[in-house]
Design a protein around this ligand. Structure first.
Ligand code: DQA
Length: 141
């Protein structure tokens, strides 16, 4: 089973971006963590990050995978285009947020892409990605 892991705008600067909110671990640390778990689960990961909405949509359309884990960053709160692409993929999607968006500013409570996901995990840090991976691997059988 192949799982596509997408991270959206500003997640490439994890580790130095607002560490009081997102922690001090980097995107490379996240990739390493998920790759280790994927190996144990016997699934293949494709790990991608972009600051650009169109690039994320292109990957959703073209990267071979059976399921998707996505942290769309701020695009979560307004991108109908990304929501359409996720819905259109027909694949099970888990949306992950490192921080608990519901305990933050009201603008972050509006969740547009989440409506296209099977489930959403918010506020568990990197653990949220691991939980999403475990769930999707189980789904794949
Ligand atoms: C985030 C939450 C978003 O509101 C924010 O714009 C991000 C990161 C998170 O992982 O907590 O870029 O998706």
């Amino acid at each position: 089973m192949k799982i596509l892991v997408l991270n959206g705008p500003n997640l490439g600067t994890l580790g130095r971006r607002e560490p009081e909110i997102y922690g001090t671990k980097t995107l490379a640390d996240l990739e390493q963590l998920l790759t280790g778990r994927a190996k144990a689960l016997g699934v293949e990961l494709r790990f991608r990050q972009s600051n650009h909405e169109g690039q994320l949509i292109d990957w959703i359309e073209t990267e071979p995978s059976e399921a998707i884990i996505i942290n769309p960053g701020a695009l979560s709160h307004y991108s109908l285009a990304l929501a359409d692409a996720l819905r259109g993929s027909g694949k099970p999607v888990v949306e992950v947020h490192i921080s608990n968006v519901f305990s933050r500013e009201p603008d972050r409570h509006r969740m547009v892409t989440a409506a296209a996901a099977k489930g959403v995990i918010s506020g568990l840090g990197f653990e949220g990605y691991l939980a999403a991976l475990d769930y999707l691997a189980k789904l794949g059988g």
